[in-house]
Design a protein around this ligand. Structure first.
Ligand SMILES: NC(=O)c1ccc[n+]([C@@H]2O[C@H](COP(=O)([O-])OP(=O)(O)OC[C@H]3O[C@@H](n4cnc5c(N)ncnc54)[C@H](OP(=O)(O)O)[C@@H]3O)[C@@H](O)[C@H]2O)c1
Length: 284
């Protein structure tokens, strides 16, 4: 991974180029990645990943439950970009019960010897039962880092307490409208990077007047403002698109900065009451 760590006592560590976050354990995670949930397996996913890599992304987020790991693998292999320059995440589907075997199967589908990040997709059956096997996946070198997704503050406390190798990432729904401050604070307290899924609110709130106003003042798009709000506070963001022009647009967030007033206006949009919960209505 490109970049050198720069630390500021107790704060999240960034790479020198400002585009990566150093995880606990020293692995560098690019602050922006492409999400491929609901990207169709085959050409749809292959093209999206290829366009993202061409646009400079070096990070792809897939999952066992998305059904498109093979297509991600094809795009990675045909890109011509060295494997160690691309950060690949996949996620363990808890219903399948065996994180180790599921990791081996993911690697086979992806065509990789090792992934960069392996996440528990959601805490079905409790937050800790799968953690010893997740740690074995790390110890066997099948992944460079392990983490969780959809974990609330109490779930995080439980897994950190039980762990030999604590999670280094918690991937949750996060945007100005889902600004889960208590959860973000708990992540930082535990040295866990918060990763924002649905950072574009799945497109639902892109027309909000506050977002539009900030975007107009910077000559940017609403999507770029939402993504900049994340990366500026060291929150990793993984917007999904299967359209080339949007993938390019979403990748252009490192050449402008929101002011303190912009950030305050965006922070004021939270609808969660600053919750420590990962989701208002869990689906598992
Ligand atoms: N861990 C979990 O449980 C979990 C849950 C949900 C998502 N995720 C991850 O997070 C990723 C992103 O979240 P998400 O897919 O829920 O939502 P999102 O990234 O917030 O929004 C995606 C939607 O916005 C549209 N869009 C993308 N760029 C746009 C732009 N510049 N302007 C206007 N519309 C735009 C996309 O349509 P087009 O494709 O047509 O452009 C799509 O409908 C997923 O792909 C997945 O990798 C994880």
């Amino acid at each position: 991974m490109a970049g050198t760590a720069t630390g500021e006592g107790g704060m999240a560590q960034r790479t020198e180029d400002g585009r990566g976050r150093v995880l606990g354990g020293g692995v560098v995670m690019p602050l922006l990645g492409l999400g491929v949930w609901q990207a169709p397996a085959g050409r749809g996913t292959e093209q999206a990943v290829r366009w993202a890599l061409e646009a400079g992304y070096r990070h792809v987020d897939t999952a066992q439950s998305y059904g498109n790991e093979e297509s991600v693998g094809v795009a990675l292999r045909t890109s011509g970009i060295p494997r160690d320059e691309i950060f690949v995440t996949t996620k363990f589907r808890p219903a399948s019960r065996d994180p180790e075997r599921a990791a081996e199967e993911s690697l086979r589908r992806l065509g990789l010897e090792r992934m960069d990040l392996y996440l528990v997709h959601w805490p079905q059956g409790g937050p800790t039962w799968m953690w010893p096997a997740m740690e074995r996946v790390l110890e066997r070198g099948l992944t460079r880092a392990i983490g969780v997704s959809n974990y609330s503050v109490t779930d995080l406390d439980a897994v950190v307490d039980a762990a030999t190798h604590p999670p280094v990432v918690n991937q949750v729904q996060f945007s100005p409208f889902q600004h889960r401050r208590e959860l973000l604070d708990a992540c930082e307290r535990h040295g866990i990077a918060l990763e924002a899924y649905s950072p574009l609110t799945r497109g639902r709130d892109l027309d909000h007047p506050v977002i539009r106003d900030v975007a107009e003042r910077h000559g940017r798009t609403a999507a770029q403002v939402l993504l900049r709000w994340c990366v500026q506070r060291d929150v990793v963001a993984i917007p999904k698109s299967t359209r080339q022009e949007r993938i390019v647009e979403n990748g252009q967030v490192f050449d402008f900065a929101l002011t303190e007033q912009d950030v305050a206006a965006l922070d004021g949009l939270d609808r969660t009451g600053g919750t420590g919960r990962a989701l208002e209505r869990p689906w598992w």
